[in-house]
Each structure stands twice: as structure tokens, then as C-alpha cells.
Design a protein around this ligand. Structure first.
Ligand code: HEM
Ligand SMILES: *[C@@H]1O[C@H](CO)[C@@H](O)[C@H](O)[C@H]1NC(C)=O
Length: 542
């Protein structure tokens, strides 16, 4: 049907004939491909001028050459020539969905965020799931964290504005300082010479990093690193955030999206089999289930770090390579998100959405001091101005549902809504917009040297060892064979031995099993592990 439509349309002399064919397609029940034409209305140029011929460029005789005078034909090509924007530098492949979030109760004792201030309060959301490393058209079956980014568009009656919770399906991260992010991503991306991803490169980096990624690698190389669908994955904030209440009291929290569908992963064999059949399986599953009325939902759960425990743990609670034990910070459900509509245009929604940890609610939900998160606050809006353009906040998918009232009128970021002589925010003679006292940042006391230094103790191996121990026999088997599949390709004995020493330091059995699978030198591994140190001070050991 599709092919015939194109062929017939190309030959058709009149607009009416094209519309007729489109009508036939619709009558045939082609519900996924809605016709956008209307035979009673003229096709126009980008300036609204009716088009006389959409298949023949103006030319000298029917065989050409063509005339530059046909500016509309060149305008059509010019628009086409600019259809692609740079793909995201990471998380290029994504799937979006619209939905809503409903608060379970009143959280005003912890945060001024009005949308969390009462049971049943509803907030519009847009969610984008993603893979991290490979390009926009890459398979969705590859081992990778899955991005889980939620844009909350807050109603004016709850204070207005936008909060983006930009997390992953895995609960920890590879590194703890933003400055290593470009190095890490370069090592994981395809080789700049061959354009092929190469475990020799990224294990070289993780070995050089010195153990910080051990907890994340022990998570990523479990079957959680190959989710079966997007509906059956959890989401995690990874970082700690600050909630600020009306008394301006600060509470440190972490967030988790718990899938109401349960969790389902692929084994390495299942992932390979699926990829051979359908490398878009996750997006297809998401669209099919929402279009069939099976709306996926997630419960938003929160961990609160008791303030008297912050400086007494055997790890730094603001270190993104660590999870908060439930024994210290139990989960509390605070609301539920339901996805009930797929975007009607991939580019305008999923590709154009600008998720950013820098888009938050001062005085209500603020970033913590986490040194990875602090870097992200600057990185996302910076890349989005480049990727999407100066007006990115004004694109329909990114626009708040609450009013925007600024004094900026000029430049590409303006949609014409702001006008008038008062383009400055302080005036003795004109009324200006009110500032909201409670929306000032929370205050905190800082008294320390300014320094370029690592955190006092990294505790790189303890949680990774505990995670390994918590795995079932099958989980452990799959972790070891998944790791061996990639680490086993590494030619450098030094890199393999170093990686094995990290796993050995986390848990001796774990290290021994990987070492055996990838032909490490066991004596070297043990010697190297002997030099590794969690650095946990004695008074913090638990
Ligand atoms: C310093 C560390 C990091 C840096 C510099 C960084 C940088 C970036 C950049 C530049 C993008 C592309 C944004 C765009 O083009 O719109 C991005 C996307 C993303 N990042 Fe990060 N990232 C970091 C760490 C993290 C962490 C720890 C997480 C998870 C907790 C994360 C989750 C995401 C997600 C989910 C997206 C995709 C957002 C979307 O769907 O549009 N990133 N990151
Ligand atoms: C998913 O992977 C995790 C980690 O290996 C495991 O604990 C869990 O049982 C897996 N779930 C399924 C359904 O495979």
C-alpha cells in the first residue's frame, strides 16, 4: 500500500488525486499513518503562498536546466537540508511518552514543592527512556544503562515551573567527579580510528580509574544491564537531592521509580536472539502497549537520609558510586506516574525534549553538593543550546504549562509573548513582577579550603562485594559470564589483571571466578588487590 501510494502520487497531476489515494489508505484502516492532507485546502509554501505544482521544478523546457527563480522548490530542499540536528552526545537513542503523576499525600513537612503537597494532586509529565552509548539508530538490546528522564510540568496553582528528574535504571554510577565524564564516554564510544566499540579501550580506562566503577560494573554486567522492556525497568535518581520545606529546613533524599509491571531482564543469549529478530524491540513494546491501552505505571519512592547519619556512614552519601542501604534510609512511596499517550511526532517530542538536572525548583527541590551532579547542572543546558538552539526552552515539548514572565524580549529565544517598554526588572515608576521570597535557594554553611582533591575515603569495593553476595547463584553465573564476554576480549594482561584485582578486592570468590574466565594471572591479581584500599576509617567501619 505504502509503495503504491508514493508511485501514484508522483505521477498524479492534481492535488485531488493524491487526496483520494490518502483517503483509500485511511479507509483501509491504516490507523498508524494518519493522512495529514485535506483536498479542500491549498498546499502552501513556508510563507503560506499557494503552491501550483509540487512535482515539477520550473525549467527551460521539460528537460531543463532548472531556474533559480523557482525559489519555492529551493526552499523545500533548504528545509530538508536542515532536518537533522546533532544527536545527543550521550543517550542518543530514546523513546518518549506522555503521562501524568499523582501525589499520594502531603509532603509539605519536607518540601515546598506544591505538586507534592496533597493526595491526588496531578502533574503533567513527559518521559524519555534511552540507551547511553550508541548512536540514534542503534539496537536497543545492547548492554548499557537505560536513561529514565522525567519532565514534570507543574501547574501554576502548585507554584508553576518545571522539574526534570534525569536518572538511570541502575542505582549507581561509574565515576564520582564530573571531570572524568568525557574520558569515560570517549573510552566507551566507538574507537575514533575504526568507529567500532572496543572493550580494550573502556577496560583500559576503568582500570586506570582505579576501582571507582567496581560497584557500577557489578550492577551493569548483571542481567539488569540488558532490560527486556522499558516498562519492566526501575528508575533511580542516583544522586542525592535536597528537599527544602517552608521553614527552609533541608533534607537529603534519593528517588526511585518502581515499575508496577515488575522487573524483567534478558540473559546475554536472549538479548542476542531478540536483536536478530527486532533491534527496536523496546520502543515497539512501549508504543504497542500504550496504544493498546495497557498504560505502564511506576511508583515514585524516596529514601530520606537521617541527618544524624550523614557524616557517620562507611561511605560518602553524596558519592554517586554508592547506594543508600535500606537499613539506614528506608523507601517511602510518595506518588505514582502513568504513561498514557505516545508522542504524535518523534522529532518534535522525543528528539527535541531537553531534560536537565539544572531545571529544578529553588527553595523546594535542589541539587545536593554531589560533585558529579554539580557538573551535570552546567553540562545539559550548555549542550541543549548547541543541540537544539537558543530557543530550546520555548519548543512546545519543553514549554512550561505555567506562564513565563521575564524581561528578556530580544534574541532567538523570544516567541513574541514578552513586549512593552519595561524590559528591565527594577523600576521606581512601573509595577514589576513580584519575586517570591520562598523561592530563594536554601542556605548552607560552608567552611573549608578551596582544593582540587578526591573525597576523603572512596570506599570503592565494599558495596560491590555486598552486591555480589546478594545475588542468587544464577545472577552470579550470568554476571561472571557477561563480564568474561567483554573483558575476555582485552589483549592487555595488565588491564585484565587490574580489573580482576578490583573484583577480587570486592569479593574473593567473584574475583577468582572472573580471573579464571578471562585468564588472569591469579598471583598478580592477589598482589594487586593487596595494594588496593577502601580507605574506610576505623571509626566508620560497620
Ligand atoms: C558529570 C556527569 C554527566 C555528564 C557531564 C552528563 C552529560 C550528559 C549530556 C551532555 C547529555 C545530553 C543531553 C541532551 O543533549 O539533551 C546527557 C543525557 C542524559 N544523561 Fe547524562 N551526564 C552525566 C551523568 C549522568 C548520570 C549520573 C545520569 C543518571 C543519573 C545521567 C542520565 C542522563 C540521561 C537520562 C540523559 C538523557 C536525557 C534525555 O532523555 O533527553 N547522566 N548527559
Ligand atoms: C534481573 O537481574 C537482576 C540482577 O542480576 C536479578 O537479581 C533479577 O532476578 C533479574 N530479573 C529477572 C526477571 O531476570
Amino acid at each position: 500500500m505504502a509503495v503504491r501510494r508514493v508511485l501514484v502520487a508522483a505521477a498524479a497531476a492534481s492535488v485531488a488525486a493524491v487526496a483520494l489515494i490518502a483517503g483509500v489508505a485511511e479507509a483501509a484502516g491504516d490507523r498508524d499513518r494518519p493522512a495529514t492532507g485535506d483536498a479542500s485546502k491549498p498546499h502552501t509554501s513556508d510563507f503560506g503562498t499557494p503552491v501550483g505544482d509540487n512535482v515539477n521544478t520550473l525549467s527551460v523546457g521539460p528537460r531543463g536546466p532548472q531556474l533559480v527563480q523557482d525559489t519555492r522548490a529551493f526552499e523545500k530542499l533548504a528545509r530538508f537540508n536542515r532536518e537533522r540536528i546533532p544527536e545527543r552526545v550521550v543517550h542518543a537513542r530514546g523513546t518518549g511518552a506522555h503521562g501524568f503523576f499523582e501525589s499520594y499525600g502531603d509532603l509539605s513537612y519536607l518540601t515546598r514543592a506544591g505538586f507534592l503537597g496533597g493526595a491526588g494532586r496531578k502533574t503533567e509529565v513527559f518521559v524519555r527512556f534511552s540507551t547511553v552509548i550508541h548512536s540514534k539508530g542503534s539496537p536497543e538490546t545492547l548492554r548499557d544503562p537505560r536513561g529514565f528522564a522525567v519532565k514534570f510540568k507543574i501547574d501554576e496553582k502548585y507554584g508553576g515551573g518545571i522539574w526534570d528528574l534525569v536518572g538511570n535504571n541502575l542505582d549507581v554510577f561509574f565515576i564520582r567527579d564530573q571531570i572524568s565524564f568525557p574520558d569515560m564516554v570517549h573510552s566507551l564510544k566507538p574507537d575514533p580510528v575504526t568507529n567500532i566499540q572496543d572493550p580494550n579501550r573502556y577496560f583500559d580506562f576503568f582500570g586506570g580509574l582505579g576501582g571507582a566503577a567496581t560497584n557500577m560494573l557489578t550492577t551493569l554486567y548483571s542481567d539488569l544491564g540488558t532490560p527486556a522492556t522499558l516498562r519492566e525497568t526501575n528508575g533511580h535518581s542516583v544522586h542525592a537531592y535536597k528537599l527544602v520545606n517552608a521553614e527552609r529546613k533541608v533534607t537529603y533524599v534519593k528517588f526511585e521509580w518502581t515499575s508496577m509491571q515488575g522487573i524483567k531482564n534478558f540473559t546475554a543469549a536472549e538479548a542476542m536472539e531478540t536483536q536478530g529478530r527486532d533491534f527496536n524491540h523496546a520502543t515497539r513494546d512501549q508504543y504497542d502497549s500504550i496504544n493498546d491501552g495497557k498504560f505502564p505505571s511506576w511508583e515514585l519512592r524516596m529514601q530520606v537520609m537521617p541527618s544524624d547519619r550523614m557524616d557517620k556512614l562507611d561511605f560518602d552519601p553524596l558519592d554517586a558510586t554508592k547506594r543508600w542501604p535500606e537499613s539506614v534510609a528506608p523507601f517511602k512511596a510518595i506518588g505514582k506516574m502513568t504513561l498514557d499517550r505516545v508522542p504524535d511526532n518523534f522529532f518534535q517530542a522525543t528528539e527535541s525534549v531537553a531534560m536537565s538536572p539544572g531545571t529544578f525548583l529553588p527553595g523546594a527541590i535542589e541539587p545536593s553538593e554531589d560533585k558529579l551532579l554539580q557538573g551535570r547542572l552546567v553540562s545539559y543546558p550548555d549542550t541543549q543550546r548547541y543541540r537544539l538552539g537558543t530557543n530550546y526552552a520555548d519548543l512546545p515539548i519543553n514549554r512550561p504549562v505555567s506562564p513565563v514572565r521575564t524581561y528578556t524580549q530580544d534574541g532567538a529565544g523570544n516567541n513574541g509573548a514578552m513586549k512593552g517598554t519595561l524590559n528591565y526588572g527594577l523600576s521606581l515608576t512601573h509595577p514589576v513582577f513580584a519575586t517570591v521570597d520562598e523561592a530563594r535557594f536554601s542556605e548552607s554553611k560552608v567552611c573549608d579550603v578551596v582544593t582540587q582533591a578526591p573525597i576523603p575515603f572512596p570506599a570503592d569495593f565494599k558495596q560491590a562485594g555486598e552486591l555480589y553476595e546478594s545475588y542468587s547463584t544464577r545472577d552470579k553465573d550470568n554476571l561472571v559470564s557477561n563480564l568474561a564476554g567483554d573483558l575476555g576480549q582485552v589483549r592487555s594482561q595488565l588491564v585484565r589483571d587490574t580489573m580482576c584485582s578490583h573484583f577480587y578486592k570486592a569479593n574473593e570468590e567473584y574475583g577468582r571466578r572472573v580471573a579464571e574466565a578471562v585468564k588472569c594471572n591469579m598471583r598478580t591479581v592477589q598482589k594487586m588487590a593487596g595494594h588496593l584500599d577502601d580507605g574506610i576509617p576505623d571509626d566508620r567501619r560497620q
